[in-house]
Structures are given as structure tokens and as C-alpha cells.
Design a protein around this ligand. Sequence first.
Ligand SMILES: Nc1cccc(Nc2ncnc3c2C(=O)CC=N3)c1
Length: 306
Amino acid sequence: STVGRQCRFIKEVGKGRFGSVWKATWFGDPIAVKIFSTIEENSWMREAEIYQTTLLRHDGILGFIAADIGGTGTSTNMILVMEYHEYGSLFDFLQERRLDAALMLRLMHTFVAGLCHLHTEIIGSQGKPPIAHRDLKTKNILVKGNLTCCIADLGHCARYLSERNEIDLGYQTGLVGTKRYMPPEVVTQTVVQTTFEALKAADMYNVALILWEIARCGVCCGESYTYQYPYQQELPVDPSVQHVYHVICVLGIRPTIPGRWQYDPTFKALARIMTECWSADWQCRQSALRVKKTLAFLTENCLSGK
Ligand SMILES: Nc1cccc(Nc2ncnc3c2C(=O)CC=N3)c1
């Protein structure tokens, strides 16, 4: 493949469920190359298809450069070429870092703005369908050089095709996503994800967990916490669906909101977003647009030093 031949591979930077990601250069410019094995063709196809959705270009979405397929006779290499981000995932970024309020809100606001773009339908010939991510987590969000976030790993997305009133689930039906992050209605498979509203609301449960992960690293009243996975105290590494069901549906456990967050207006407002968005009732959760507006307001207030 022409793209493949012009790439100089530098180092492996990530290993996803599907494919491995390499830092490479293309005529000197840094690029990220995700390489899929032959059996992962569906994932490559889906991710390439979604990234090439018209009008999907947005600062909060990982920038797509090219999709390519090349064969050496015996094996077929499918690759995705994306813009490269040195900081890596938001998960990596949060490991050893205390965030001041401005940086904390910047990361939150730009992540939610990206999701809002995904969720929003743009009507018209050059429009875009609403898209639900279905596997949001800090490992699927990248931190750009200007300390803003962009959403990656669109291989599990669902699209709503309004002219046919049809949901395109891609190749992924049934249980999709990372078990630790699955909302109650997905774990119990109660709400057959028929309505697209339910799919967007499932993303908002993940937003609540991700905002909690980021906020814990934020300095509140002079203190911050070390990074924790959601349900780190309650769930083992690679939990079973049954275990997740017991913790979040039977015991009704949710991440702990530190008491001190009630004494800081910014953290108090963030706590309210988290609590409403991890509600067991998906219809109570706030929309991405609602959360984006609140984060924009908090950012403005914080910058003006209120
Ligand atoms: N969805 C998708 C498709 C192709 C590459 C990727 N990953 C990345 N893209 C850009 N910069 C990165 C990464 C990493 O994984 C880690 C570090 N920097 C995701």
C-alpha cells in the first residue's frame, strides 16, 4: 500500500482490544497507525466507516487521516492512520497528575464537547447522523498537545439513520463496551437499546464516571486524590458482568463523592452532574449538550476567579 510504504515506524504506543497502535512518521510528520490483524477486519471496517462519516471532523474527535489495506500475499494488513498525540490517553495523563481547576474543567469541557458533536444530528446533504460511542472510558480519550481532549476508538459506535428511522449497530449487537463502565440497563439488558435516546443516555453514564475520575485528580480545598478506576474498591480487574450487576444494580453502589466537594461551588456543580448522569434510570440523565453548557459556565466562572 502506498501509505504503508511511506511510513517509518518508531514505537508501539498502545494495544487495543482490536489492533495495536504505533507512533510513526509520514514524510517526517508524526502519525498514529493502528494495525488490525486479518481476523479484526470488521473492527477496521467499522472504525474506518465511522471516521469517514461526513462532517465528523471536530476538535473533540480524534482526527482521521487515512484507511488503507495492503496485502503481502499471505497476510492482509488493514491500517488506520490518525493524527498523533504525544500525551497518549486521558487515563495515562491522570496517573501522576494533580489538576488545577482550570485544567480539570478544560479536559472535561473539551471531552464533552466532542461527545456532543458525536450525539448531534446535522441535517442536510453534508449533514451527519447522530452517533453513540458505546465504549467511552479514559483509555479511549486522548490528550492533545494543547491540553484538550479528543475521543478515539469509534469501532463500537451506533448511528441513527433518521430517514429510515433505523439504528445502525454495526457489527456489534448485544453486550458492547467495557464491563466496568457498563450502565445498569446494559448490564441487565433490560432496555433493549431500541431507542437511540437510550444509547445516548448510556454514553452519559460513562461521562459521569469519567468526570468523577478527572475530578478526583482536581485540587479541591487544597487537596486532591490519587487516580482511581471507577469501582476500584468494589470490582476486581476484568470483572464479570454478573459482578458488575451485583455492585451497581443489586447494591446500587456508585463512586464516592468526597465530602469536601460540597464546599467548593465548582466541585459541587460537578458532583450534581455526576449524580444525575449515573442515575439507574437512563431517562433522568442529562444530555451531552446540557453538560457541555454547565461545563462552559463553570469554566467561565473559574477563569474569572469566582
Ligand atoms: N481509534 C484510534 C485509531 C488509531 C490510533 C489510535 N490511538 C492513538 N491515536 C493518536 N495518538 C495516540 C494514540 C494512542 O493510542 C496512544 C498515543 N497517541 C486510536
